[in-house]
Design a protein around this ligand. Structure first.
Ligand code: ATP
Length: 349
């Protein structure tokens, strides 16, 4: 990873919404460098801002939302300055494509699968007639749809949930995007199908040279597919690092809480850990570390001053005062200590 590979650079992004005259700050100065060809998972509880953050890159914010400040640099242009739908049309599909959670809402029930994929091929790859159809069949085959020549003429209701999600992915890939954003792509599917779809995305990433952002509330789901993990809380990325760094050497107490609530890490015979309290009200100004009121290990300063990023390694940083050189030593929960022991072994290998 080096700076010349940065494909998208978001700096200090602030996104607000107006709700019946009251203003809510959904993204509170979040920054992110995305590297070409990587897969990055953005994780966090419901409402942490994962979807709004990525929708801002595609000009897909709801009508009552706007980018208040910050920049989104892509190919030398600042997308945060785009005001007109015409500007976004150049980006959407062609440069960035999105796969949503519920495939049925992304597909038109009245049109054949083939014609829906073909529309994307015609629009973005400038192919026509037989050539376009051949391309569609090739893509349907690539996404694992058996007998694509026959399936081409079928309708969404003739496909299972997993197969429909494959079609949605085919449409996204048919646009030839550089960046694919997958918003909870497997939440609506059962566990075996989930794994198949994630494997498929991994395979397509290589063939189509995609940079992928996975959005999920489930750290467990992305463990096998993401190169890096960004943890979001109350509209900011509070920790980011390689998958191993975030799993085994997490630094922010919120990341500790997320990890401790994973069923895979549960201590036998104990109830599953759940994060106490509720996220802050984004209509109010947030002072200090937004997680402090829910953090039983919070320091005094956490309630007063917002922490900057502190680097743990060149690829790993977190916004927590615990990383300040003068911070008192705070013991993480048992499950995190267990992971850190593994990290020490891994680091010495
Ligand atoms: N159109 C809107 N008007 C007002 N508030 C909004 C709007 N869209 C999103 N928000 C608010 O912005 C915040 C971030 O929402 P977002 O959908 O990005 O969360 P998320 O992390 O993706 O959650 P989930 O996992 O539930 O999708 C939430 O507080 C949400 O209520």
């Amino acid at each position: 990873m080096n700076d010349s590979n940065v494909i998208l650079s978001v700096k200090d992004l602030v996104v607000k919404f107006n709700l019946r005259g009251n203003v809510l700050t959904a993204i509170r100065g979040a920054s992110l460098d995305l590297y070409e060809g990587e897969s990055l998972a953005i994780v966090g509880e419901s409402g942490s801002g994962k979807s709004v953050f990525t929708k801002a890159f595609m000009g897909l914010l709801d009508a009552n939302g706007w980018i208040e400040s910050g920049s989104i640099l892509y190919k030398g242009e600042d997308l945060a300055k785009y005001k007109r739908e015409d500007d976004w049309i150049k980006i959407r599909g062609k440069e960035f494509a999105m796969v949503f959670q519920e495939p049925m809402t992304s597909l038109n029930p009245l049109r054949s699968i083939g014609s829906q994929v073909e529309e994307a091929v015609t629009l973005h790859q400038r192919l026509r007639g037989d050539e376009a159809k051949q391309k569609v069949i090739e893509i349907l085959n690539d996404v694992g749809i058996v007998n694509p020549e026959k399936r081409y003429y079928q309708y969404p209701h003739e496909f299972s949930g997993g197969m429909r999600q494959r079609v949605v992915i085919a449409i996204a890939v048919a646009c030839n995007p550089k960046i694919l954003i997958c918003d909870e792509p497997t939440t609506a599917l059962d566990v075996t199908i989930q794994a198949q779809i994630l494997n498929l995305l991994k395979k397509l990433q290589k063939k189509y040279k995609l940079t992928i952002i996975y959005i999920t509330h489930d750290l467990g789901v992305v463990a096998n597919v993401a190169d890096r993990i960004a943890v979001m809380y109350a509209g900011d990325i509070i920790e980011i690092g390689t998958c191993e760094e975030v799993f085994y050497n997490a630094q922010h107490p919120y990341t500790w809480a997320l990890l401790s609530s994973l069923p895979q890490l549960g201590v036998k015979g104990e109830d599953l850990y759940s994060i106490k309290g509720t996220p802050p009200n984004l209509f109010n100004e947030i002072k200090g570390d937004a997680f402090a009121p829910r953090n039983e290990r919070a320091l005094k300063i956490d309630f007063v001053k917002r922490p900057p990023y502190f680097h743990v390694s060149p690829t790993h940083k977190a916004k927590t005062w615990l990383l300040h050189p003068k911070a008192p030593k705070v013991e993480p929960p048992e499950s995190i200590k267990f992971l850190r022991k593994k990290w020490q072994v891994m680091s010495n290998e």
